[in-house]
Design a binder for this molecule. Structure first.
Ligand SMILES: [Zn+2]
Ligand SMILES: [Zn+2]
Length: 642
């Protein structure tokens, strides 16, 4: 390979149009004059020596760039230091280059793939003809320290396609990438010391800016994520701005490793995924089934008190239904292939296992005439759906092919949206906040550029969602343009015990499916009106939520969920579980637990009906939370003591 590091070519285009002086607009709105051709680094120097030292990159008209690139007249600029989260991405991406620099020194024949920043770190893909060993990783890390100490500047050049191909003639993966670039795309390469890479940038000024990093592990990864292509070896690393941040992260990783739901799931005999049954298909063992059972009952009790109706629908359906809903052919890649029809049906009829429940719930709604007075109609089903996820993306209970969704579809009038969302947020708070004590946040995703329906329609929907969020007094973040093309949505994200963020429930408005299925209700004007539809799941899937619970509680579940009530978990897990249940005070008594209590209390022996009737677990909203607190504590002390 070529390792020449020729000096940067002159930036012809920009110097042509610039006069002898340029002006840039700083974040506070003030203007700063600089000589033509001045770079981001020059600007930082002109502002002050402290900033010149701290500067890592620069935002120019919203785009993050290297400090060494010349600024343009009139640009709005902001220098990024280690105070900016976006600078951390630049640092991590630069770390990936430093990693590749080290790998190429130790393995000159290594082929190089991609090296992006990722959440909490970076990776780079290599092909050295075999997997990396732990000793390799150690040696590479040592070499990487040398690369950082050498403080190689990252030098950017723009090159022609022919030049790029010449430079990377020994790197087939890079050549393939070059062929993918559009004709008008500017091709840039970056050199740090002996290493040159095809890259859009940006990077920190030099490798010396990377000070706190660690290589974590290596794993096989298909080139471009495609299982038909060759397997590369991906090295993961992490980089931070301070020693403390790095150490905190490594501790968190260690903690996460101890909480891995796949390990605890096996220790507690909760579930398995077996080769004979198939990847991504969770088998719930008796202990895990109790968690599944309790969560179902818990959510069903809540929604039945709130005007939902349970429905059950088949696991397979005629393919035609998904063509009508538009899920085929659009999501064909995520559906299992079609099956032939049974005897007595036309050979043209094919069946599919269902990837979602919406069309069937829609047909229940459409099975009779609906009046404005009937709405909202809320159909709920904890249903098994199947998605043909790539085997490489599957991960324990967190990413599966067989999903148990706590699904519901709400059919309503436009003027009911706000109230319904308001009520849904109440369920979210009861489940996530009061019961599991989770810190969660809400994102309101609004209309994207490509969308269905009129702006007026979106205006009403977005206002209704926003109105409900405000009435609830919940802080939320606007995700402008982040909505689906068929409607705005609210995404719920929450943090676990060690600070990791999880994607939770979604409340999704939908204007498309009612249109496709011509869903109507008769208004008080006696005319037909188009129904609005909401898709919502609170847990999401039971698999993913239980996977989360295992990691969040490190296996020490709140008592009402605990698979075993009368035995202690090994290693004092029981006692820790008790601690988890008490402070939140929000663990609900399950029917299972109630039954135990009832059996011990002769006065309540015949009172099982009360479970549904308003006493015990069936109290409304926040009352459930409060009642549960004391019950949870009572059971705790009993459990820990006996
Ligand atoms: Zn790069
Ligand atoms: Zn749906």
């Amino acid at each position: 390979m070529t390792s020449t590091s020729s000096p940067p070519q002159s930036q012809g285009a920009s110097s042509d149009e610039t006069p002898s002086e340029i002006q840039v607009v700083l974040p506070d709105g003030s203007k700063k004059a600089l000589p033509a051709g001045a770079t981001g680094a020059d600007l930082a120097k002109a502002i002050g020596p402290g900033l010149a030292k701290a500067a890592l990159a620069i935002r120019v008209n919203g785009e993050i760039r290297d400090l060494q690139r010349p600024l343009t007249d009139g640009a709005t600029v902001s220098i990024l230091t280690n105070k900016d989260p976006q600078a951390l991405d630049v640092l991590r991406h630069s770390s990936a280059h430093a990693l590749a620099t080290a790998v190429r020194q130790l393995f000159p024949q290594a082929q190089i793939g991609f090296g992006p920043p990722i959440e909490d770190g970076f990776y780079y893909d290599f092909d050295i003809g075999r997997p990396f060993t732990p000793e390799d990783i150690e040696a590479i890390e040592k070499k990487m320290v040398e690369v950082l100490k050498a403080d190689y500047p990252f030098v950017r050049e723009e090159v022609s396609r022919a030049e790029a191909k010449k430079r990377f003639r020994d790197d087939p993966l890079k050549l393939e990438r070059i062929d993918d670039l559009a004709d008008n795309e500017i091709i840039s390469v970056y050199t740090d010391g002996p290493f040159v890479d095809l890259c859009r940038g940006p990077h920190v000024p030099s490798t010396g800016k990377i000070q706190h990093f660690k290589l974590l592990h290596a794993a096989g990864a298909y080139w471009r994520g495609d299982e038909r292509r060759q397997m590369l070896q991906r090295i993961y690393g992490t980089a931070w701005f301070s020693k403390e941040a790095l150490e905190q992260y490594l501790n968190r990783l260690e903690e996460a490793r101890k909480r891995d739901h796949r390990v605890i799931g096996k220790q507690l005999d909760l579930y398995s995924i077996q080769e004979d049954i198939g990847p991504g298909l969770v088998v719930w063992h008796p202990n895990g089934a109790i968690l599944n059972f309790e969560l179902r009952r818990f959510i069903e009790d809540i929604i039945l008190q709130r005007g939902y109706q349970l429905v059950y629908t088949p696991n397979v359906t005629r393919e035609q239904l998904f063509l009508r809903s538009g899920h085929l052919p659009l999501y064909a890649a995520n559906q299992f292939p079609a099956m032939a029809a049974g005897e007595g049906e036309s050979e043209d009829v094919r069946y599919r296992v269902k990837p979602m429940n919406c069309p069937m719930h829609i047909l229940i709604y459409a099975s009779q005439q609906r009046s404005y007075r009937d709405l909202p109609i809320r159909l709920a089903e904890i249903a098994n759906v199947y998605r043909n996820e790539r085997s490489g993306t599957l991960h324990g209970m967190l990413r599966v092919r067989g999903l148990s969704m706590d699904d519901a579809h709400i059919f309503l009038r436009e003027d009911q949206i706000e109230e319904e969302i308001f009520n849904l947020l109440d369920i979210v708070e009861l489940v996530m906040g009061k019961t599991f004590g989770l810190q969660y946040r809400l994102d309101l995703a609004t209309r994207p550029e490509k969308k269905l329906g009129t702006d007026a329609m979106w205006e009403i929907a977005e206002k209704a969602l926003e109105g409900a969020l405000k009435r609830r007094g919940l802080p939320f973040k606007m995700d402008v343009g982040g909505g689906a093309f068929y409607g705005p949505k609210i995404d719920i994200k929450f943090n676990d015990a060690i600070g990791r963020e999880w994607q939770g429930a979604t409340i999704q408005l939908d204007y498309e499916l009612p249109e496709r299925f011509k869903l109507e209700y008769t208004g008080n004007d006696n005319k037909p009106h188009r129904t609005v539809m909401i898709h919502r799941a609170i847990f999401g899937t039971l698999e993913r939520f239980v996977g989360f619970l295992i990691e969040h509680f490190a296996g020490a579940f709140p008592l009402w969920l605990s698979p075993v009530h009368d035995r202690r978990w090994p290693n004092g897990r029981r006692a820790r579980g008790a601690r988890h249940a008490a402070p939140g005070g929000d663990s609900l008594p399950s029917r299972r637990a109630l039954r135990d209590t009832e059996l011990q209390d002769p006065r309540r022996r015949d009172s099982q009906g009360a479970v549904h009737g308003g006493g015990g677990a069936a109290g409304g909203g926040s009352k459930v939370g409060r009642g549960a607190g004391s019950r949870g504590r009572k059971q705790t002390s009993c459990d820990a003591g006996c």
